[in-house]
Design a protein around this ligand. Structure first.
Ligand SMILES: [Zn+2]
Length: 315
């Protein structure tokens, strides 16, 4: 595992001009288009230090970040790009704050806005072709030393469906991990239920092209020692969540799973380009909506949460 010093050395010092160029290309891949009238030509003007693109036809002024995930942010473009670069590693907001020199809240918000763009990317790309489905549960304690998952008493894990499109050689070409409503709890997990048949069907309906026809899907048996590429990917995801974040609560679990799948699917260079591209075409999300958004998943008492200390000291 790389130390934070080697990570720090690996973060490129992007120039503002390079970042502007890359964001321009992501936002207008076919060249400038006026957001109001679609005209392809512009004048460049600057207002209060901001670079604006003024339409030659209707005089509408568009900023580079308007309509992108970066809209409204006061954090410099170069730091956003460093955060995108670091998303290839998958680090915590605490470490990101330290590495790009912003507050924890800013780092948290940047990471979540990037995950929001990844979520949109994921939504536009359903699975297709030959499928494998694996019903799993999140919420076991990951044992760092034993390298295994331990069921704790009284724990109610969250049902997850891991689904992948495979190529002829059986390699993963597309991957999704989705939290699903379903029977939760130890008993269901021990019986090997994948959140139930119903959960798998709902997953197929929602995330597979022409959803409903799930007869092409091969169901894998759950178990963290399973040998297939899906089992391995799930194990990696759980390990990443445990080591980097100490586990994730139900509210944002889906966003982290989306991030993991995005990284798993795209090799390093492609991932940065793809991330910039989807940030340039995704409308931003506000802090209020991020913290207020309900995942639709019922809250589960997670294993890694330390029990509240009972009994106040008399004093
Ligand atoms: Zn215009």
């Amino acid at each position: 595992m790389p130390s934070r010093f080697s990570i720090r050395d690996s973060v490129p010092a992007f120039s503002t001009a390079d970042c502007e160029h890359a964001l321009f290309a992501a936002k207008w891949p076919e060249g400038f288009r006026c957001p109001r009238c679609g005209h392809p030509h512009y004048y460049e003007v600057s207002s209060r230090g901001r670079r604006l693109f003024e339409c030659r036809s209707c005089s509408h002024q568009a900023s580079l970040t308007a309509g992108t995930v970066l809209e409204g942010s006061r954090t410099p473009l170069t730091k956003w790009f460093q955060a995108m670069f670091l998303m290839q590693i998958g680090i915590s907001a605490r470490l990101l704050a330290e590495l790009i020199d912003v507050t924890y809240k800013t780092a948290w918000l940047i990471n979540h806005k990037l995950r929001h763009a990844i979520g949109e990317w994921d939504r536009e790309r359903p699975l297709e072709g030959d499928l494998q489905l694996l019903g799993e549960y999140y919420g076991y304690e990951y044992h760092r030393y034993l390298g295994s998952l331990i069921v704790q008493q009284g724990l109610k894990p969250q049902p997850i469906v891991v689904g992948a499109s495979l190529d002829g050689a059986g390699d993963i070409v597309h991957l999704k991990m989705k939290a699903v409503d379903g029977p939760e709890g130890d008993d269901a997990a021990r019986r090997g239920g994948a959140g139930g048949e119903e959960a798998a069907e709902r997953f197929v309906q929602k995330h597979v092209v022409g959803g409903g026809a799930d007869d092409r899907a091969e169901r894998l048996e759950r178990g963290h020692r399973g040998p297939t590429a899906l089992h391995i990917a799930w194990r990696e995801a759980v390990r990443w969540l445990a080591w980097t974040f100490g586990g994730i609560g139900p509210k944002h679990l889906q966003a982290y799973l989306n991030e993991y799948c995005f990284r798993r699917l795209l090799c390093r260079n492609d991932m940065l380009a793809e991330l910039i591209a989807c940030c340039g075409t995704t409308k931003t999300i506000t802090y209020r909506r991020l913290v207020g958004s309900r995942s639709g998943i019922r809250p589960i008492p997670w294993a890694y949460r330390r029990p509240a200390r009972s009994g106040r000291r008399a004093g």
